[in-house]
Structures are given as C-alpha cells and as structure tokens.
Ligand binder design. Structure first.
Ligand SMILES: *Cc1c(COP(=O)(O)O)cnc(C)c1O
Length: 427
C-alpha cells in the first residue's frame, strides 16, 4: 500500500472524505489522491517523492508557479512582525489601490478571505442596494458554497431553483433562478416576467467550473444591457478569471464593465484572500460607511496582503500574459494534435492560460448540458494515464486547467509526449 493510500485511509477517519475540499478526493475519477509534500515552479511532489508537472495550480492561484521567490520573500519579510492585528494597516491600502488600478471597474475594494465570502457579500450588497430578493445565475456556474449560490435549475428552461445540497432551505433556493449559460433569450424571457424582482445577475464571464466554456459573442454584452434596462446589478465572478485570462481579467478581455466584481485565487498568491468591489455608490453602502454588514477577523491580514501585493507585481511584468498565452497554445495545440492522430473525438477550449479539454463528439460546448455529454469514462482513463506519466491534471472532466509562468517549453513538450503515449491507450 502506498503512503498516500495509508494517509488517505487515516484522513478519512478524522476528516470527512479525507479532504478539506471535495474534488481533492478523486471521487469522480476513482483511485487515491497523491498526498503532496511540496511544490516548486511547475512541479508538485508527493509524500513518496513522485514528481508531477502540475496543471491544476491549486485550482488557479499559482499563475507564477509554486513557491515563487518573490512571494516567498514577501511573506518572510512580514511574518516575524505579527501575523494578524485585527486593525488597519498600510499594506491594505496598497493592495486595494493595486487591484483598482488593474481592474478599474472596482472603484472601491473590500478584502475578504475566500472567493465564497466575496460572492456571498456581493450578493448581499446587490440585494440591499436594489431592495430586491431574486438572483439569477447560470447552470453549472460555481460561485462558492454560500447557500443561495448552491442552487441550479432542472434541465431546460429557467425555473425556480432546487437546492444542490441538503441543508439549504427551499425558501433560500426559491430566490435563486438559473438559466443555461450562453442563453440570452432565456434571460430575456425571465426578465420580461420577473425583471422588477431581480436584484442581480451573477456570472462567470468565462465559465470555468463546467470545464472551460467561453461566452458566445454578445452574451455578456446582452447581460449588461438587460441589467441596465431593469435596474439590476451585474456581478462578474472573476474569482477564477481575474488576473488569469488577462491582467485585467475577463472584463478587460471582453471590454465589459460590471457593477460589481468578485476576486479570489490569484489575488492571494496562494494564501487565503478574496475581494469584492465595484461602483463607488454601491460599495459605500458596506459597513461601516453604510448599513450592509460584512466583516472578517483575518481579512486583510499582513501575510495575505504581502503575498497578494507580490503577486500583483509579478503579473504586471512586461509580456507576462503574452508569454503565458503562447505557451498555453503550444500545450493545447500539441495535445489536440496527438488526440486527433489516434482519432479520439475531443474539443479543446482556451482563453489565455485557462483551458479545457472535453472528450466529446460535439463541435461546440456552450453550456452545462453540452459539457455533460462528454465521455467521462474516456476522461477518467486519460486522467489516470497522464498521472501515471507524471502529469497532474484536474481530477474531473468539469474543471479547467491552468498553466503558470514556470511552465517552460521543455516541460510542455514533455507533457505532449506523455499525452501521445496515453492517447494510444484511449481507443
Ligand atoms: C473557486 C471559485 C469560487 C470560490 O472560491 P473559494 O476561495 O474556493 O471560496 C467562486 N467563484 C468561482 C468562479 C470560482 O472559480
């Protein structure tokens, strides 16, 4: 029995499912997750000393690779001066200013500790500001685990939500409506019936939690227009896409200005950080300048803030995103070519260094329904084959992959060579 297997068994006795976040448990692909000992650059190493090229990047944050020396140095430089004060600090102003400079729609910024906190707080603000209850989200979009966001509709047309998890009240679920991603007509229909009751649309501007699904031309613009027409608030959940698909996130990539934006992942350089922000008139309603309550004991703590600031500096280097884009293209084109060579039907998607790979006959994947028609069995064999070859991919067909600036061409070519071997076994 491997050491990871032993640890996994032990973990399951004391931690639900053996993990502190569900996908880590490899439930959908089967098998035992390697327990990780350390990571550096593009490589993670498990407790038995096996090394893998990492395309998960802690699910997004590690855009500069693991243990980036500047991030490590920034953390070290503050750690001996106290790890949390619960009182304001200078560095929080710097980080908020930096975020606002990079994402100009965020005129004011509040730091929190996770993406979940960011989306939950943005929704509360939207409801308070509009004095409306209903939220519209999209099927398959993940916005963290707050009650009102763990809801999706049944298949097909927009309908009142049913909870995705026990423990969420029917009343809460009722206030969350769902439409299929990329279906502007469904959104328009819904607003024509209930527009005056809808506080906000919350959307991943590139859907990253059903694989990587791009918005169709006009979809995000359409949402902007509908929100303007009905006085609803447009929230871009850029916890994944922020600082990822472009320095200024998806809103700069597609040139659309949301009212509120939520951030997480990259913003903390691998430490627990999230943020939300947007229009000044809205953000001024947050406590203590306004009545909408939101707080956090560890929010803006010096470690997280230092790591975040170091990260903002790294991503602001000249050509950072151009280089990532080129390298990711090399990877996705290379993998697609080896799969095509052996006749495996698939569809690759990509924006910058965020990518998806669906094992499917479909020529487009526009929404959750399309994504769910993928060949899961083939994906699982692909996943385990690649892991066996030392390539660590997300253990689910419905996740996006990420490249970091630490992945060089040599590493990428090794991954393509591994893919070539694995592809032969997939038929
Ligand atoms: C990861 C993610 C979240 C949740 O962030 P946590 O830090 O895990 O709470 C929210 N929205 C999107 C789009 C995400 O990808």
């Amino acid at each position: 029995m491997s050491l990871s297997q032993k640890l996994f068994d032990k973990a399951k006795e004391i931690i639900p499912g053996g993990v502190n976040s569900p996908v880590r448990a490899f439930k959908s692909v089967g098998g035992t997750p390697p327990f990780i000992r350390e990571a550096e650059g593009a490589t993670i190493t498990d407790v038995e000393g096996n090394s893998y090229t990492d395309y998960v990047g802690s699910w997004g944050p590690m855009i500069a690779g693991h243990s980036h020396p500047h991030v490590v140095k920034a953390i070290k430089s503050v750690v001996e001066k106290g790890t949390s004060f619960g009182a304001p600090t200078h560095a929080e102003i710097y980080l908020a200013q930096k975020i606002s400079e990079i994402v100009p729609s965020m005129e004011m910024v509040r730091l929190v500790n996770s993406g979940t906190e960011a989306t939950m707080s943005a929704l509360r603000l939207a409801r308070a500001a509009t004095k409306r209850d209903i939220i519209l989200k999209f099927e398959g979009c993940y916005h963290g685990h707050a009650d009102s966001l763990l809801v999706k509709a049944g298949s097909g047309a927009a309908t009142f939500g049913v909870p995705d998890s026990p423990g969420i009240t029917a009343k809460t679920a009722e206030d969350t409506l769902n439409c299929p991603y990329n279906d502007l007509e469904a959104v328009e229909n819904l607003f024509s019936q209930k527009g005056s009751e809808i506080a906000a649309i919350i959307v991943e501007p590139i859907a990253g939690n059903i694989g990587c699904v791009l918005p169709k031309d006009g979809f995000l613009e359409g949402l902007r227009k509908i929100c303007d027409n009905y006085g609803s608030i447009l929230i871009f959940d850029e916890v994944m896409t922020g600082f990822r698909v472009a320095r200024g996130g998806a809103q700069s990539y597609y040139n659309i200005k949301p009212d509120l934006t939520t951030l997480g992942k990259i913003i903390g350089g691998g430490l627990p950080v999230g943020a939300y922000g947007g229009r000044r008139d809205l953000m001024e309603q947050i406590s203590p300048s306004g009545p909408v309550y939101q707080a956090g004991t560890l929010s803006g703590n010096p470690l997280a803030t230092a790591a975040g600031l170091a990260m903002m500096k790294i991503i602001s280097a000249p050509n950072f995103y151009e280089d990532l884009d080129k390298k990711t293209q090399r990877l996705t084109v290379g993998i697609s070519a080896v799969l095509s060579r052996v006749g495996i039907p698939h569809l690759g998607t990509r924006v910058g260094s965020m990518f998806g790979l669906f094992f499917t006959d479909l020529s487009v994947v526009e929404n959750f329904d399309h994504a769910s028609k993928s060949n899961i069995n083939q994906f699982n064999r692909w996943f385990h084959g690649m892991l066996n070859e030392g390539v660590y991919l997300a253990p689910s067909q419905y996740e996006s992959g990420f490249l970091s600036s630490a992945h060089n061409e040599e590493i990428i070519d090794e991954t393509i060579a591994a893919a070539s071997k694995v592809a032969n076994t997939l038929k």
